[in-house]
Design a protein. Structure first.
Length: 337
């Protein structure tokens, strides 16, 4: 796909077919103890996620640190091998793919990492960093490869003449643009953005997000945008999924989630988002959650949120809530919703 391609609609229609369909995704990490390193349990980082991402849309994934957001993104790209469940990408279940079959699928799925300093090799020039996926998959040769790298640099707003410079010569925002150029090198359909602005100055964050939106319109990209910044999610996402302790607790379009959240955890998260109007901010009631997040290796028996939920009833401590659809496209896992 050319980077000069005609713009396509950024907001997909409700009936747009899913590019990615996830069914009961599980990602458990074993826990070993003792001198003999015997397995004593497992950390349930992701524990039964079911959702879809439509072609051309941005699905925002939010939640507290440690809830399993980044693990979900890496499992979808098969950087981790899922413990269980299905990952259906464009009609093919990639959860069980191995070897050459998985390698052929890789160019269509890419990732933008959180820390641009840690994700770029300091010993390589940015030209070599961006060209690495092309070399790995034997795409373009000689001068054609150099032209492709320069084209990618230009597409993300960097001077193509910087091709022989090293990562330490760039600012944090410029390094993240290099990471975006590398992700675009193989013409992917789906990109996981793992908190791509978290390590950047506030003044630079909007520039990077606007770049991602422009690229989505030009290339028809599909994003999973992982973040803990709800204000930014409200700006960039079409739909929002909320995670807590390895489970998805609510999923809805942006307008519905921010105006009428159904899950107590979602309401608590939204109550913490500051409002720029001082008069409204002074009158707002914040929901303060008590207690700590439970151990993911030993989660509560019923609802994962029951130990901190201000609205919990007896049923919440014994019975896990079903993942159900309340209204069209609005799903929630809560007994009281």
């Amino acid at each position: 796909m050319s980077l000069e391609a005609a713009e396509v609609p950024a907001k997909p229609a409700a009936g747009t077919p899913p590019l990615l369909r996830v069914e009961n995704l599980q990602m458990h990490f074993p826990v070993y103890k003792g001198i003999l390193r015997r397995r004593t349990g497992a950390v349930r980082a992701v524990d039964g996620l079911t959702f879809e991402i439509r072609k051309g849309e941005t699905l925002g994934l939010v939640g507290e640190s440690g809830c399993g957001k980044s693990t979900t993104g890496r499992a979808l790209l098969r950087l981790y091998k899922a413990t269980g469940g299905r990952i259906v990408f464009d009609g093919s279940d990639i959860a069980s793919l191995e070897g050459e079959a998985l390698r052929r699928m890789r160019p269509r799925m890419q990732m933008i990492f959180q820390d641009p300093q840690a994700s770029l090799n300091p010993r390589m020039t940015i030209g070599a960093i961006i060209a690495e996926p092309l070399v790995e998959h034997s795409l373009y040769k000689g001068e054609a490869r150099k032209r492709r790298v320069r084209e990618l640099l230009d597409a993300v707003g960097l001077n193509p003449d910087y091709i022989n410079r090293y990562p330490h010569e760039f600012s944090g925002g410029q390094r993240q643009r290099i990471g975006i150029a590398r992700a675009l090198a193989l013409d992917p359909d789906f990109i996981v953005c793992d908190e791509p602005i978290a390590a950047l100055d506030v003044s630079i964050q909007a520039q990077v997000v606007n770049l991602l939106e422009d690229l989505q319109r030009k290339l028809g990209l599909t994003y999973l945008f992982i973040s803990h910044d709800l204000s930014m999610i409200r700006h960039i996402a079409d739909r929002v999924a909320v995670m807590y302790l390895g489970k998805m607790v609510e999923l809805a379009d942006v307008a519905t989630l921010f105006s009428a959240p159904k899950h107590p955890y979602t309401r608590a998260l939204l109550s913490a988002v500051p409002v720029p109007d001082p008069a409204i901010e002074a009158e707002r009631r914040r929901i303060i959650l008590k207690g700590d997040i439970p151990d993911p290796a030993n989660p509560p028996a019923g609802c994962r949120f029951c130990t901190r939920c201000p609205e919990a009833i007896e049923r919440c401590f014994t019975e896990e809530p079903a993942w159900r659809e309340l209204d069209t496209g609005h799903k929630v896992a809560c007994h009281r919703a």
